[in-house]
Design a protein. Structure first.
Length: 486
């Protein structure tokens, strides 16, 4: 086996263009997205109505103001307040329910697309990638897609809309003072969050790299469990895994400390803005410039605005983290296989089964040739044994025949057809192989046998089991052919 060389991931700026890759999945569900947006507007409308209802309730109950209401109107305000509270929650839940199907469908389709694409890549790509880390990157990327779709559409944009509405209401009803404080606080909060989150991105990436490395180490060790036992290397493997876990612990610690700094700065900005606005409102009530109901309205708007703003900081951080996580997954889709079908490649026409290697040369790297102008012919119906030392290229011949690689020079033909000119799928379907290593999927014996031809019926699978002289062995198992292996 050749070992790949893995360089540390370079520091890169977040690529916001990733969001554009998700837009087609939103357009596919236009009606659901539109309904979810309608629920969002109704929910935000209910939120903006609550402070006005509280203002009129308080003013009607304040003995110092001449705004006392009739009992029926007072009861109506109370019921309207309850309806607005309930409507806010109801429409928010409806929004999440309706949009949930959109994000689930996007996760499904993108996950399947990446899975198919990874299987379409050439063998060299997989031999030079850590399988555990690759699986982890895909898993985190798919999870990040759901978060990105949901929170970008229904948290960041609505919160910005609410900020604009609240600032406008405060400006129109109470002059520029409260509106200016609101906008300055939001601007300072946003600028600080942006700069601090960009600074934190490297810690998130470092933690993700350490997580992938520890996962890969554990997976590699467990997949080679038998070899570990042969050499009594359990403690050696535990020490190696411990080293990776320590790196992960250190990366998480640095990430947590950077998060503490970010949260502390955001909390300070919000606290200063809230204190200033409460002080101004209290002073104006004291001097009769606004009513107690106005004080409640301003305070309620402040709470409704700054509490989501604090959550917006979390959402922004998580979106940045999600973008960092799905970046690699989308990069996989940009990787092109080195071995591709020729344009309009026909299927292999199998006739006699003659195989010809004509002056085939091949090297995995430029430093060492594996095959040099190899010539041989396998006549139909004949058996040919290739004998040689380890590393002499015996397995390479099979990989070239299956077209996992293309030769550097020369050609390989089956029944006179250059295998580079026929489709890879038809070529591989025409060749049977008994792998050098035991390969079992985590499934029943029956389904593992069927794997060679997924379309085979049960009778054909049983016939294959009998031909391989496995029927006696299978019959002796407690669960027979349904025994799980792999």
């Amino acid at each position: 086996m050749r070992h790949g060389h893995f360089d540390p991931e370079p520091e890169r700026a977040i690529n916001w263009r990733i969001v554009s890759h998700l837009l087609p999945y939103l357009r596919e569900s236009r009606q659901r997205v539109a309904l979810a947006l309608l629920c969002l507007l109704l929910s935000k409308g209910a939120v903006l109505l609550i402070p006005f209802l509280l203002k009129h309730l308080v003013d009607s109950l304040d003995s110092n103001t001449p705004q006392a209401l009739a009992p029926d109107l007072l009861l109506g305000l109370v019921l309207a307040y309850g309806a607005a509270r309930f409507g806010n929650v109801l429409f928010a839940e409806l929004r999440d329910t309706v949009f949930g199907r959109v994000s689930e469908r996007a996760m499904h389709r993108i996950g399947l697309q990446v899975f198919r694409h990874v299987h379409s890549l050439d063998l060299d790509f997989h031999l030079n990638r850590q399988t555990g880390g690759l699986a982890r990157d895909i898993e985190r990327g798919i999870t990040g897609i759901s978060f990105l779709l949901r929170f970008f559409v229904f948290n960041i944009i609505p919160t910005l809309f609410e900020i604009a509405m609240v600032a406008g209401i405060l400006l129109f009803n109470y002059g520029p003072g409260f509106a200016v404080i609101t906008l300055v606080a939001v601007g300072a909060y946003g600028l600080f969050s942006l700069r601090a989150t960009q600074w934190r991105t490297r810690f998130v990436r470092e933690m993700n790299r350490a997580d992938s490395a520890s996962h890969t180490r554990a997976l590699d060790s467990l997949l080679n469990f038998e070899t570990v036992k042969y050499f009594t290397n359990e403690e050696f493997e535990a020490r190696r895994y411990d080293v990776e876990l320590r790196k992960w612990d250190m990366a998480r610690r640095r990430n947590r400390l950077s998060l503490f700094g970010l949260n502390g700065g955001q909390a300070l900005i919000i606290a200063l803005a809230q204190t200033t606005m409460i002080g101004m409102a209290a002073w104006q009530v004291r001097h009769g410039q606004i009513t107690l109901g106005d004080f409640i309205l301003i305070n309620q708007f402040m709470l409704q605005l700054f509490i989501p703003l604090g959550f917006l900081g979390f959402v922004f951080r998580e979106i940045k983290g999600s973008l960092a996580q799905i970046e690699k997954m989308f990069e996989l889709l940009a990787v092109q296989p080195a071995v591709v079908d020729a344009p309009a490649a026909p299927a292999l026409r199998l006739q006699r089964g003659e195989i010809v290697f004509n002056k085939v040369s091949f090297a995995y790297t430029a430093r060492r040739d594996i095959l040099r102008e190899v010539d041989f012919r396998v006549e139909p119906g004949h058996k040919v044994a290739v004998v040689g030392a380890s590393g002499s290229g015996k397995s390479t011949l099979i990989k070239l025949l299956f077209r996992f690689y293309d030769p550097a020079s020369g050609s390989i033909a089956i029944d006179g057809q250059d295998i580079r000119q026929v489709s890879q799928a038809s070529l591989r379907r025409a060749i049977g192989i008994v792998p050098q290593d035991t390969v079992l999927f985590n499934d029943s014996i029956f389904e593992n046998v069927r794997y060679g031809d997924p379309g085979a019926d049960d009778d054909q699978v049983w016939e294959a089991i009998r031909m391989a002289h496995l029927d006696g062995f299978v019959a002796a198992l407690p669960d027979g052919a349904d025994t799980l292996v792999g």
